[in-house]
Design a protein around this ligand. Structure first.
Ligand SMILES: Cc1ncc(COP(=O)(O)O)c(C=O)c1O
Length: 375
């Protein structure tokens, strides 16, 4: 059966398990009860008017909305579905999971922040990241006053498994693994990630923001085997909907219940929910865009290779490419002068001399190359 990048045509046989034995006979070190913050366990969540109501009503005078409408042609005077059930039902079918194994947030950045608030005690707990990686893990840790431990990737951007193991302590609550990784672009081996998950007594967060550009298998189907696995995905990349701010977290029901307990009541707007449902009606377009990005990516890499100041192009599974140059700062400044913005990663450890370039349209990439050839 054809397998679309978004997982729309998955058949049962495609769901693979990397583990040598069934999860039933494994004793996990992980214990959710011991991992959740005490104040979150005690928390009585806000109960929104729309959450309390179920059944058929015609007159809504429960939420202090403006019953007279709004100044727009489409009425947005009502609060949206707090739990976004219609979207979850669609996603659940696509991935053969249950709607209550899904959290939808204001971008996956919201899910990242909620993980801190659910699991990390400020000034006591810590998280483990594997730099160079996505910067928000560190920023969210700092916002939440949570410690940061680092197990840098190896020189060739692989996970350093022994460093990771050594870096954790009894207060390490979250281990973030971004695969495909931002900014390096490569993916890590699923077997390695699952091995770490099996041996870690906190939550392993696998950030798959770029998974749809990769031919690697998502770990989403593994949430049923690993009670401490949280997989993040987003509508901002392959779906082309960054402006809507919608991302998702996948995990077992108990963890998703905690997300729902802590999140703001109406965290995904009516416009965003409506647009996501509409996007599900046009997934062929998304598949086509992904294929275009991948084809442009290979073309751009081929052309960049011919430039004398390009020292190395790192293998990528994402919609960007990390390029090592002889002088990242001056190339970056030169491109700004040409009105082209790329991401300068020169100051990031292990990325010295590197620029991260997002794959643009054929025209955008051609303009970039034309400017670079002037150098
Ligand atoms: C690895 C990674 N995770 C998450 C995000 C944030 O995604 P969202 O737009 O869903 O908040 C990004 C954005 O660049 C990212 O690179």
């Amino acid at each position: 059966m054809h397998t679309g990048k978004l997982g729309f045509f998955y058949d049962e046989a495609k769901i693979i398990c990397f583990r040598p034995c069934s999860s039933a006979d494994k004793k996990y070190m992980f214990n959710l009860e011991n991992t959740v913050r005490e104040n979150i366990k005690r928390l009585t969540p806000y109960s929104s008017a729309r959450k309390e109501f179920s059944g058929a009503a015609q007159i809504f005078l429960d939420a202090n909305e403006n019953s007279f409408g709004s100044p727009l042609p489409v009425n947005y005077n009502r609060y949206p579905d707090p739990l976004q059930w219609k979207i979850k039902e669609k996603i659940a079918v696509i991935h053969s999971i249950k709607p209550n194994e899904i959290f939808i947030g204001n971008g996956s950045d919201e899910a990242i922040d909620l993980l801190f608030r659910i699991f990390c005690e400020p000034q006591k707990d810590n998280i483990l990241i594997c730099p160079p990686t996505y910067g928000m893990y560190e920023v969210s840790a700092n916002i939440n006053d949570v410690g940061i431990k680092r197990a840098n990737l190896t020189e060739d951007f692989r996970l350093d498994l022994s460093k990771i193991e050594l870096a954790t302590d009894e207060n390490t609550k979250l281990l973030f693994i971004c695969s495909p990784n931002n900014p390096t672009g490569n993916s890590f081996k699923n077997e390695e990630i699952l091995k770490l998950t099996e041996n870690f007594k906190g939550i392993v967060v696998v950030d798959e923001a770029y998974i749809h550009f990769s031919n690697k298998e998502s770990l989403l189907s593994e949430i049923k085997n690993f009670p401490n696995l949280v997989v993040l995905q987003t509508f901002s990349k392959a779906w082309g909907l960054a402006g809507l701010r919608v991302g998702s977290a996948f995990a077992n029901e108990e963890i998703i219940t905690l997300f729902n307990k802590v999140k703001p009541p109406y965290n995904v707007s009516e416009i965003a929910q409506h647009a996501i449902l509409e996007a599900f009606e046009n997934t062929e377009n998304v598949e086509k865009t992904i294929a275009e990005v991948i084809s442009e990516r290979e073309k751009l890499i081929g052309n960049l290779r011919e430039l004398s100041f390009v020292k190395k192009i790192f293998p990528t599974d994402a919609n960007f490419v990390l390029v090592k140059t002889s002088d990242a700062n001056s190339i970056y400044e030169f491109l700004l002068g040409e009105k082209i913005v790329v991401r300068n990663r020169n100051n990031v450890e292990l990325c010295e001399g590197c620029l991260r370039i997002t794959i643009g349209t054929a025209e955008e990439n051609e303009s970039l190359l034309k400017s670079l050839r002037k150098l």
